[in-house]
Design a protein around this ligand. Structure first.
Ligand code: B12
Ligand code: SF4
Ligand code: SF4
Length: 345
């Protein structure tokens, strides 16, 4: 028989730090996504509009679902950025692409489950892009609580966690919802440079630097470029200041260790790379989900935010000035970012 404790033990063997079971129904917080979208807080992420009904109900993601196995994986590797780094890539994107790593491990967990029970059952793996509200099911699986920055926090590990799981028709005994442990703290709300955490546990994506640098296509407005500042891809500020991340557990898993110089990016040097070499910077990571022109747009923005006149002048020579080496710099959004940076000289 397949028991929750056997599933959790096998999940740990596969590299997941936490594993719990949520029920597939009876999670009223799931329907809040409709109000969030109605307020327009998803910005241009139309895929969330299209999938909201499924995200609000796990049994629409997997008909007949009775349980959700939820995992959390610590990706904190301990490397600290300099006190005022000229550019940052969010921690989750410094190592290998978590979508691929976690999907492979979840498929392995599911294959083991299928080999462990005789009776047939349905199941579907989800990691990020699939239509499940992962933070809500993770909270119901007892993995932690939703902090005021809206991320899941585990009392032992902190919030440097990536989520993913398996919805299944198997009836499994669920874990218990963890109570809020933020207390009177408001550090993340106070530290967010753009006021994106508009209320406790309510983020307006349109203001969030993570959205501006990762999700928003096309040109950034001047105000958005100023907000994005030195962030090349994603933002970790609300997690860096959280007291629950003061002594984070360091992962030694090789897949999360920084590669390609993504823990200390030099924006001016990256801008000088031709497109094929700029590709080395993103290779194998979550940065590959954004087009190259978006990375160029963000680099130009970061260079403008830093205000170094030499680096700003060099924006005229993408790819080191080698002819036809940096087509991505021709995109209108990149040109706009370069113009914005030049006005900051
Ligand atoms: C869209 C999205 C974004 C958007 C919108 C963020 C947002 N706050 O909604 C943007 C691009 C801004 C973003 C940014 C980031 N993201 Co993101 N994102 C997602 C995605 C794909 C969907 C989230 C969603 O549905 N949002 C809509 C809101 C309405 O739903 P929700 O987040 O589930 O929020 C619900 C809860 O807060 C809940 N709730 C509120 N109070 C309470 C109380 C209780 C008791 C309960 C049970 C629930 C509850 O109600 C809300 C509505 O239902 C998920 C993956 C997924 N499939 O879930 C990853 C995900 C949330 N992102 C993740 C990460 C890592 C990030 C970044 C840290 C990346 C970075 N470094 O730049 C930032 C963090 C910004 C922030 N403070 O949230 C991780 C979070 C891991 C964790 N520890 O929680 C996820 C789960 C991806 C993953 N597979 O690991 N993201
Ligand atoms: S990720 Fe950055 S911009 Fe977004 S809510 Fe957190 S601190 Fe604010
Ligand atoms: S910084 Fe404070 S309020 Fe924000 S999530 Fe952490 S404990 Fe909660």
């Amino acid at each position: 028989m397949l028991t929750p404790s056997a599933i959790k033990a096998h999940a740990r063997e596969l590299g997941f730090d936490l594993c719990g079971i949520a029920p597939a129904t009876g999670m009223p917080e799931l329907s809040r996504i409709h109000e969030w979208i109605a307020r327009g807080q998803h910005g241009e992420m139309r895929y969330l509009e299209r999938s909201a009904d499924v995200r609000a109900d796990v049994t629409r993601f997997l008909p007949g679902a009775r349980s959700v196995i939820v995992t959390a994986t610590n990706y904190y590797t301990g490397t600290e950025p300099a006190p005022a780094p000229p550019a940052t890539v969010a921690r989750y994107a410094r190592g290998q692409d978590y979508h691929l790593v976690l999907a492979e491990r979840l498929e392995a967990l599911l294959a083991w489950m299928r080999a462990s029970v005789a009776e047939p059952f349905d199941a579907a793996v989800f990691v990020d892009k699939h239509w499940v509200q992962e933070r809500v099911v993770a909270a119901y699986a007892g993995l932690g609580w939703i902090g005021k920055h809206s991320l899941l926090i585990n009392a032992d590990i902190g919030s440097w966690l990536l989520l993913g799981g398996i919805a299944t028709t198997l009836p499994l005994t669920p874990d218990v919802l963890v109570g809020d442990q933020c207390g009177a703290c408001t550090l993340c709300l106070d530290a967010c440079p753009t006021g994106a955490i508009v209320a406790e546990r309510d983020v307006d994506a349109r203001k969030c630097i993570s959205y501006l640098t990762i999700e928003k296509d096309g040109a950034l407005t001047d105000a958005e470029a100023s907000a994005a500042g030195t962030h090349v891809f994603g933002c970790d500020i609300c997690q860096e200041v959280c007291p629950w991340n003061l002594a984070p557990v360091t992962s030694s898993d090789s897949v999360w260790q920084a590669r390609g110089g993504r823990d200390a990016p030099d924006p001016a040097a990256l801008w000088q790379r031709p497109d094929d070499r700029l590709h080395d910077f993103v290779a194998g990571s979550a940065l590959t989900h954004a087009p190259m022109a978006q990375l160029r747009r963000n680099l130009a923005t970061v260079i403008g935010a830093n205000g170094d006149a030499v680096a700003i002048a060099a924006l005229e020579r993408p790819g080191g000035g080698v002819k036809n080496a940096a087509f991505s710099a021709d995109a209108p959004a990149v040109r706009d970012a370069v113009a914005w940076a030049r006005r900051r000289r």
